[in-house]
Ligand binder design. Structure first.
Ligand SMILES: Nc1ncnc2c1ncn2[C@@H]1O[C@H](COP(=O)(O)OP(=O)(O)OP(=O)(O)O)[C@@H](O)[C@H]1O
Length: 560
């Protein structure tokens, strides 16, 4: 789907509606397959009965019309079933593809703070399990229910034409199964399905955390305890699955009982009419077989109802993320971002959420073009909060942040980000080659620039030993030490051609000598770019022009 992000629909149902043509065609083909199947049974039943009754007598019966009908219906059933599979799977794959990219696109609009409210495992569960439940909604639930209703109506019309009293019995069975089975199978399921999806998601999140934290859990000898929790979550999910199966089985049982009684009733009504001579025997047989075909098709209704309730619960979970409005939005008419200018925080106040401590309490800061400023402060003082406002992950409650005189709120986020190179505290190393990781910072950089960046962060010799720019580095930097991963991320940030560089603890994980050398070289590395450096380290002279301390929500000059 090449839908631009801003045009992506705001709800799952709206996205599904985009596929209505493919789905309608698939449902129509499914209905045709069912109708052809039921028709085939009816015509064959009538035909065989007429043939059997005529055998050995001098009577005659219409051989050609039913046999042509049987051939036609057989062919129609084969062709429509083949096409239905083709069109149905195509529609389902399109929906699955679009749902995933749409959900990603919608989730990425949210700020890290908004996304951070969900556990990673929960987000994964929505992306996998919930989307799986929804992509088949139209073809496993709504579609079959519509097709079953369509085939049922047509069967009833045929029965009405052949023998109204038998049609009345069929209609009664249809009503009993059409209302009774959904009541049994889907009764109370809406709440159950929501809870089932929540428990499945909790299990996935727990497993994800076990995988991510297995080394720590092993070191703390806490693996057994965690596994026990996984097992408890697993039992919870299994209990929900059992309840679901039980309801389905109960629905199947009631369907079996009602349709068995219905068959006997149809047989009795049709045979009595045959015996009275008011219904030709071939028609009586056709009616009986139409009933067999319809009842068999309707047996799929229970599963479709359950799929429908499960999909509804999943749609609500997807919409809870995808329908959320981003806390920070681009303006309707964005202002142009100046190429260069001073970054200014003006009397900025900020609280993460109501009732919590005000982290920034009238903070003022000015970083002029080419100026390098360091900020230190106790853990929790608000340094990352300050960078969050700078990077528009959040907006000030009062005061303003501007660059070159333009308020950041007036800019489009991506235009502003083009001016900023950022090294976050937990910068990731992506699974891929060294080149892939570096090129994220500067897609057009040639090899010489990439090697230069590696040399500046003292990774050149290591990269040569590893096999050069095409060498593979594992996910989350699994093939690197923490210090090497940090330096690679720093090289990536420095490669970015941006006027303002924001480095959050760039020397964390580095030995003292490497850290000192790197800091000493930072001014030359940056040239005339501005720097906001968050650090706890004691800086060598000349690295920054000003060193400030963040305390009680404001900045003051740091003690030397
Ligand atoms: N996304 C968030 N949602 C809610 N509260 C937050 C969030 N991020 C930070 N806080 C709170 O804001 C306060 C300042 O945190 P912040 O991370 O800015 O401190 P810091 O100075 O960067 O600390 P450190 O040096 O330990 O990284 C803390 O009380 C923290 O709990």
């Amino acid at each position: 789907m090449s839908t631009p992000l801003r045009d992506a629909p705001g709800s799952t149902r709206l996205l599904l509606r985009r596929h209505h043509r493919h789905v309608a065609l698939a449902v129509l083909l499914l209905a045709l397959t069912l109708i052809a199947g039921v028709g085939l049974l009816g015509v064959s039943g009538g035909f065989l009965t007429a043939a059997a009754l005529t055998y050995g007598t001098l009577g005659s019966f219409n051989f050609f019309t039913p046999s042509a009908g049987i051939r036609g219906l057989t062919l129609a059933r084969i062709v429509s079933r083949y096409l239905e599979k083709l069109v149905g799977h195509d529609a389902m794959l399109r929906i699955a593809r679009d749902l995933r990219s749409w959900f990603f696109a919608r989730a990425l609009r949210l700020t890290p703070g908004q996304l951070g409210r969900l556990r990673t495992g929960d987000l994964l569960a929505r992306l996998m399990g919930d989307i799986d439940a929804v992509d088949g909604l139209l073809l496993r639930a709504t579609g079959p229910l519509l097709a079953l209703a369509g085939a049922g109506l047509l069967g009833l019309v045929a029965a009405l034409w052949l023998h109204p009293p038998s049609a009345a019995v069929l209609a009664l069975v249809g009503l009993a199964t059409g209302i009774g089975v959904p009541c049994i199978v889907a009764r109370g399921r809406a709440a159950e399905e929501t809870e089932r999806a929540r428990r499945r998601s909790a299990l996935r999140a727990r497993l994800h955390e076990l995988y991510e934290g297995h080394a720590d859990l092993a070191a703390l000898d806490a693996q057994a305890g965690w596994l026990a929790r996984v097992q408890d979550d697993g039992h919870d999910v299994a209990a929900f699955e059992r309840a679901r199966r039980r309801q389905l089985a109960n629905g199947g049982l009631w369907h079996g009982l009602v349709t068995a009684a219905g068959l006997v009733a149809v047989l009795w009504v049709a045979v009595s009419a045959g015996a009275r001579g008011t219904l030709p025997p071939a028609h009586a047989a056709a009616l009986f077989f139409i009933a067999v075909g319809l009842f068999e098709a309707w047996a799929g209704a229970g599963l479709a109802w359950q799929a429908l309730t499960a999909a509804r619960a999943s749609i609500a979970r997807l919409d809870a993320v995808a329908g959320d409005e981003p806390a920070v939005r681009d303006p309707a008419a964005p202002a142009a971002v100046p190429d260069t200018g001073a970054l200014v925080f003006e009397d900025v106040r900020f609280t993460w959420s109501a009732g919590t401590r005000e982290v920034l309490q009238g903070l003022d800061l000015r970083i002029g073009p080419g100026e390098r400023v360091a900020i230190s402060g106790d853990s929790g003082a608000g340094k990352s909060t300050l960078t969050a406002l700078l990077l528009r992950s959040a907006e000030p409650d009062a005061g303003r942040v501007h660059f070159g005189g333009v308020d950041l709120r007036a800019m489009r986020a991506r235009d502003w980000f083009a001016r900023v190179a950022w090294l976050p505290q937990n910068a990731p190393v992506f699974a891929g080659t060294l080149r892939d990781n570096l090129a994220l910072g500067a897609p057009d950089a040639d090899d010489a620039r990439l090697w230069d960046a590696l040399a500046r962060v003292r990774l050149q010799r290591w990269a040569q030993r590893l096999g050069g720019l095409e060498a593979w580095v594992g996910e989350a930097g699994a093939t690197m030490s923490a210090g090497q991963a940090r330096r690679l991320a720093l090289a990536r940030a420095l490669l970015r051609d941006a006027r303002l560089v924001v480095l959050d603890e760039p020397t964390e994980g580095l030995d003292q000598d490497t850290a000192d050398t790197l800091m000493g070289e930072l001014p030359a590395l940056l040239g005339d770019r501005s720097l906001l450096l968050i650090t706890h380290a004691v800086l060598p002279a000349g690295v920054v022009h000003r060193h400030l301390r963040l305390q009680d929500g404001r900045l003051t000059p740091a003690a030397r």
